[in-house]
Every structure is written in C-alpha cells, then in structure tokens.
Design a protein around this ligand. Structure first.
Ligand code: NAD
Length: 485
C-alpha cells in the first residue's frame, strides 16, 4: 500500500558523488511510486556557491530526466539549494530559513530528515549545530541519516556517538549500512523465522558452521588513499559482514519491530567473543593480493598511491564465536577480499551430516542453505536424496529459487529502501550503536594485532579465492568453504 510521506529532507553534501549517483535517483523512485507526492521538499546544501536553478539542473541530470521529462520537471520543483559551510554557525542560519521556506511552500508540517552525505569528520559537528542553531522541527519528527564509516576504531566511534547523543536520541539516528537494505539480506528473517523446519534446526545441534562471503574481483582502483588506511577489515568486515552476521546469529525477536529486532541483535553482539592477540593469530587470516595472471593485475603494493611497504589487508577471514546456548561451539566464518576470482556476496549455512547408515557405510552428506545476495539473488537448499541408479545410492540435490525478471526489476535499491524506512520511522535495517560498538571491539582486537605486526601477512595470487591459510582456518575444524570460486 502506498502511503504519502510528508517530509522535508536536507541533504548535506548535496553536490557530492553519493548524492548524485544514488540519493537523487532513490528519491525520484519514491516519487514515481507515490510515496512522495505533493507534501515533500528537498533542501540541498554544500560548500559550492550554486543557485537553486543550477542545483535543480544537477538533480535533473542525476535522475536521467529525459526518460520521464514531465515527471522529472515536476519533481525537481521540490528541490531548493542553500550554500553553507558545515563548520560555521552562520551557514545554518541561512539553511534554517531555506528549510522553513520550503516547508511552508509544500505544506510540510515538521518531519525533518537530515542526511549527512559528507566526510565523517563533519557528522558530529552538523548534529550539534542542527540543535544549537534551531534547525529542528518542533512538531513531527527529526531524524538523522548518517553515512559510513562510523568511526575508525571503538574510541573514535564512541567519541562520535557521544557528539551525536548530545543532540539526539538513539531512536533518531539512522546509521546507514546499505547491505542491510539489500533484498536478500532482508530475506534472512523470513527464511529463519517463517519456516518451522529451519527455525527448529537453527542451532548448534543441527548447524555445523555458518559462512559469510563478501568477495570482490576489483582491486583497489582509485581509492588507495582511503583504502590503504582501512583494508578489508574496516571497509567490509567491521560493518557489512558483521551486520549480516547479526541477522544470522540473533535470537528470535519478541516481535517484528525495530526495537525488538535491535534488542535481539544487540544481545547476540554482546555475546560475541573479543579475541586476545594470540587468538587473533589463530582465528583470523590477513591477506594481501600479489600479482595475477590477468593483464594489469599487479600486486597491491605496486598499485598507484599504495606505499611499497604497505601491510594493509586486502583480504580478511575470521572465525567468530558466540557465547550463547544456541551457538556454543559453532564457528561463524566471515571472509572478504579484493581481486578474488569471483564477485559474490553470499551466506552459506552448513547443516550437520545425518548419522543414519544407508548400508555399505553410506551416510548422508552435510547439506547447505545458501542465500546469494549479489550479483544474483538466489536461495538454495540442498537435501540428501536417492541417486538415479540400480543400486541404492544417495546424493545431494538442490532446491532453488531465484526472483523472476519482473520481481528483480521491482527490487528497490538499498538507498531507496533506507530513505523510505527513515521516513517511516522504521529503524529495523539500520545499524544500532550497540552492534556498531561490539563490531568495533572485535575489529579493534584484530587491527591492533596487525598494527603491531603480531600475525603473518599472507600474499595471495590475484584472481584466486584468497590465501591458503584461509582454507586451513576451516580445515582445522574439519570444515571447508562452500563457495570455492
Ligand atoms: P564527495 O566528496 O563527492 O562530496 C562531498 C560533499 O560534501 C560535497 O557536496 C561537498 O561540497 C560537501 N562538503 C565538503 N566540505 C564541506 C563543508 N565544509 N561544508 C559543507 N559541505 C561540504 O563525497 P561522497 O562520495 O558523496 O561521500 C559522502 C559521504 O558518503 C561520505 O561520508 C562517504 O564516506 C559516504 N559514502 C560514499 C559512497 C559513494 O559511493 N560515494 C559510498 C558509501 C559511503
């Protein structure tokens, strides 16, 4: 059901790459679907001194307005622009006037979203000025959408959280992790909680291990300046991988509401083991890509702007453990890397092999529930069954589902979904501070061990699935990666 949202969204960083590439097209989709109709306004702000007319042209270009000219022309009328420097109080006065004017023009009663699409060092500053300079609505809601990264360590994240908390309550903060807005990540809950078969088996008695793979084929490209300070650990593991793990490991929430979901996820995160340096060396593998066979696939340290002696991890694999009755002894394996053989984001839940003997010592095999998140959306469940043969032999068969072409076309982009959820006040698919804090504590233990060079750096051949040490990590538990490229 389409319900019109009455809202005023202020985009900080309105002239930036993210806004143009992902945010404006997402807002336009909400408009085309009728979630935004008449009573909405968008105020863009950034440092550039451009006019509202120039801003509208920029938005028009961003939404490829030529496909639906009339609609796009009506849509951009809802946009206005106010240049401001986020570090100076004066800019907020002009912005307040722009927001009030836009609210009055489109009949928006309160209901303000402030989207921080700027460098993370500005997040805390903006939050404080929004409050001190009176930009918040005194009726309806005031919500803040915060881009990633949320800190670079537990301490920096806690300092940022402190600044935000000075001005806002946790339930007003919508921390973006766009993986949480992906269709197949959203499928984890109905698959887990909606099927008694899987619900009953979702524990240490039936599950042997859980695997989360976030594999990229791209190298560092033009992002060396940022990436060399982050690596796979901070770029993918601390946020996206951990948020997916949260959905997989949590207890069943008491209801399907954002508060209950966050509570259940937080309880799981709180039970996650934080490792000592010795445990990091045992439970984590850091890798860095060396050269590959494909033309131009040079070693990471030969990439433009990467220091020749860089020890940055372009690959990380870890074995996580939760101290809960549900998961005692069940490893959660997480890996992410660049320049790997195949691009995929997927979850593999490995069920234990049955003990029944079909004769001749023939036992059933381990079976797997796979949720492919991207590039293809797919769910597969393997089962033991009979092979077509004169003798009685077993084999595994796959039951699978993939959305139809029309369903695929209807899947909202993560940013569209997240903007809509924030307008709806639904925080289910945003990162909660508690989860972010735990993810940082786990990550800090690893990054500090690496900063002190207390664990080996495995160089892997580009265009493979990563270092052999990551296979050994599982082999010591009698496990293997389900996805092998
Ligand atoms: P960008 O550099 O393209 O744009 C930055 C914007 O901030 C510009 O509009 C600029 O005018 C504005 N700005 C800079 N300094 C300012 C100041 N002092 N006062 C007011 N405005 C100022 O950056 P981006 O790629 O759009 O990224 C924005 C945020 O989104 C960052 O936090 C980034 O980490 C995050 N992010 C971006 C992407 C992406 O694909 N671009 C993906 C994930 C997260």
């Amino acid at each position: 059901m389409v319900a019109e949202q009455q809202t005023l969204v202020t985009f900080f960083g309105a002239t930036g790459d993210l806004a143009k590439r992902l945010l404006y097209p997402s807002v336009f989709n909400l408009y085309k679907k009728g979630f935004l109709q008449e009573h909405f306004a968008i105020v863009g702000t950034a440092r550039q001194e451009i006019s509202t007319a120039e801003y509208r042209d920029m938005v028009y270009t961003a939404i490829e307005g030529d496909q639906d000219k009339e609609r796009a022309a009506a849509f951009i009328e809802h946009f206005s622009y106010c240049a401001s420097d986020v570090t100076e109080a004066a800019g907020y006065h002009a912005l307040r006037e722009a927001i009030e004017a836009a609210s009055a023009k489109f009949g928006v009663q309160g209901n303000r979203i402030f989207y921080m699409s700027v460098a993370p060092r500005f997040f805390g500053t903006i939050a404080q000025y929004l409050k001190s300079e009176g930009l918040l609505a005194d009726q309806g809601y005031n919500r803040i959408m915060i881009e990633k990264p949320f800190g670079t360590s537990y301490d920096t994240a806690a300092a940022l959280q402190n600044e935000l908390e000075n001005a806002f309550d946790e339930n007003q903060l919508y921390r973006i992790d766009h993986f949480l807005g992906k269709e197949m990540v959203l499928n984890i809950a109905p698959i887990r909680f909606g099927n008694p078969l899987l619900k009953a088996a979702w524990n240490k008695d039936y599950i042997k291990n859980v695997q989360v793979t976030l594999a990229e084929t791209l190298g560092v490209e033009e992002r060396a300046g940022y990436y060399d300070t982050a690596g796979a650990l901070l770029d993918m593991f601390q946020n996206h991988a951990m948020q997916i793990v949260g959905w997989l490991a949590m207890e069943e929430p008491s209801s399907f509401t954002d508060t209950a979901i966050r509570e259940a996820k937080n309880a799981a995160f709180n039970a996650l083991q934080v490792y000592t340096p010795e445990e990091v060396a045992r439970y984590f593998v850091r890798g860095q890509y060396g050269p590959g066979k494909e033309a131009g696939h040079v070693a990471y340290t030969e990439e433009p702007d990467v220091p020749a002696d860089s020890k940055t991890n372009t690959y990380i694999a870890g074995e996580l453990h939760f101290d809960t009755p549900r998961w005692a002894g069940v490893p959660f394996y997480v890996r992410s890397g660049k320049r790997l053989e195949k691009k995929t984001t997927r979850i593999d839940v490995v069920f234990k092999a049955g003990s029944f003997d079909f004769g001749n010592g023939q036992k059933s095999a381990e079976t797997v529930l796979t949720i492919e998140v991207s590039p293809e959306e797919k769910v597969t469940l393997s089962l033991n069954a009979k092979a077509v043969a004169d003798d009685f032999e077993t084999r595994t068969i796959d039951l699978g589902w993939t959305p139809s072409a029309s369903e695929k076309a209807a899947i909202p982009a993560p940013y569209e979904r997240m903007l809509h959820d924030a307008m709806d006040g639904d925080g289910s698919n945003f990162a909660d501070w508690n989860g972010v804090a735990t993810a940082w504590k786990v990550t800090d233990a690893v990054s500090q061990t690496y900063a002190a060079d207390q664990a080996p750096l495995e160089i892997y051949e580009s265009d493979t699935m990563g270092p052999k040490a990551a296979d050994d990590l599982l082999a010591k538990n009698g496990d293997t990666w389900v996805f092998r490229g």
